[in-house]
Ligand binder design. Structure first.
Ligand code: C5P
Length: 326
């Protein structure tokens, strides 16, 4: 049997600055992506018919039809290269999930990136990294970063990705929430909150790291954050983490306030909602602190479960190839 497996990381946004929505409904972003050591594995196998099977964390809420992002990524690759790229009538996609679904960790985008690199390898399609990135952008805003991994700046919809200079390894605790949040719903709530604040005398005032100050100007890269990343010092990085979507995520799931507060109480250097949430990410001083923080957060009853992870990690990587070609 011919099969290829790719391993793909979750992400957290160290900065997520959101501009106003454009005519296409998408928001202009300046973001700093950071890949985490929480991985899905995507295996593609030549088959008689197309199929998608999902196992693991949150598997039941992943669509299995053409809406599945991994299936859409494969369709986009076939579209880019031509149907002759297939070596069999169908492709079986198997996704082993560890990244929670609709959690602000770009798990669906990771699966799409995994399917892209795995099918590119399986079929010997020979697309370059750059060509895969172009296909990725057609599938979703975060798919390009899942290919690149590491720490990277994302512009436009988040799909224009440039690797960033970052030193060291950071230790994080992720607090997974009971509920899910839909990304479009969180962006819409962000727009509503900003529209509500516009015209108020203190609009834009008093918002700390992670708090949106609306209405927005054009988003700017936080140069202090980039300098902190080059220093490799988590104590410098922690206070500079920011997420414009955080107030919107908290407005839709108010108990996230308690989750974030618990992280701060237990000495997290930075506490943010990850992407559009509802996962919260806490920056620890080191591995030992991350373990203590994870135990404290689990004990505080402010989330469904916790995971200790590190970043940055590589983007989508082929980890097993057919034995005949290994
Ligand atoms: O590109 P992707 O399908 O991952 O985006 C999911 C949703 O997130 C979009 O439909 C849109 O509502 C929102 N989004 C946005 N601006 C971005 C990226 C995503 O409004 N830059």
């Amino acid at each position: 049997m011919t099969a290829v497996t790719a391993r793909v990381p979750a992400k957290v946004n160290l900065q997520l600055s959101v501009g106003p929505p454009g005519a296409d409904g998408y928001h202009d972003l300046v973001t700093v992506f950071h890949a985490l050591s929480l991985f899905d594995d995507v295996t593609v196998t030549s088959a008689d018919t197309d199929s998608v099977v999902v196992t693991g964390e949150g598997a039941r809420s992943v669509p299995l039809g053409p809406d599945n992002l991994a299936a859409r990524a494969v369709a986009a690759l076939v579209n880019a290269v031509g149907p002759g790229v297939r070596d069999a009538p169908g492709l079986a996609i198997e996704i082993r999930k560890r990244i929670p679904v609709a959690a602000g960790l770009a798990g669906g985008s990771a699966d799409a990136a995994g399917a892209l690199v795995a099918s590119n390898e399986l079929w010997g399609a020979g697309l370059s990294h750059q060509e895969l990135t172009e296909v990725a952008a057609r599938v979703g805003s975060d798919v390009g970063f899942a290919l690149v991994g590491g720490t990277a700046v994302g512009l436009g919809r988040g799909d224009r990705v440039t690797p960033a200079l970052a030193a060291g390894t950071y230790h994080w605790v992720l607090a997974f929430a009971d509920g899910q949040l839909s990304t479009p719903a969180v962006y819409a709530a962000c727009d509503r909150l900003r529209a509500g604040r516009a015209g108020q005398p203190d609009a834009g005032g008093g918002a700390g790291a992670g708090e949106a100050a609306g209405p927005p100007g054009p988003p700017q890269l936080n140069t202090a954050l980039m300098a902190a990343l080059r220093s490799g010092d988590p104590a410098e990085l922690g206070p500079l983490l920011s997420n414009d979507l955080q107030p919107a995520a908290v407005s839709l799931l108010p108990r996230l306030r308690q989750t974030l507060a618990a992280g701060r109480e237990h000495g997290a250097l930075g506490s943010i909602v990850s992407g559009s949430g509802p996962t919260c990410a806490f920056l620890a001083r080191d591995g030992a602190h991350a373990r203590d923080l994870a135990v404290a957060l689990a004990g505080a009853g402010v989330c469904r479960t916790v995971a200790s992870v590190t970043g940055p990690t590589p983007g989508a990587t082929v980890i097993s190839v057919p034995s005949t070609r290994a």
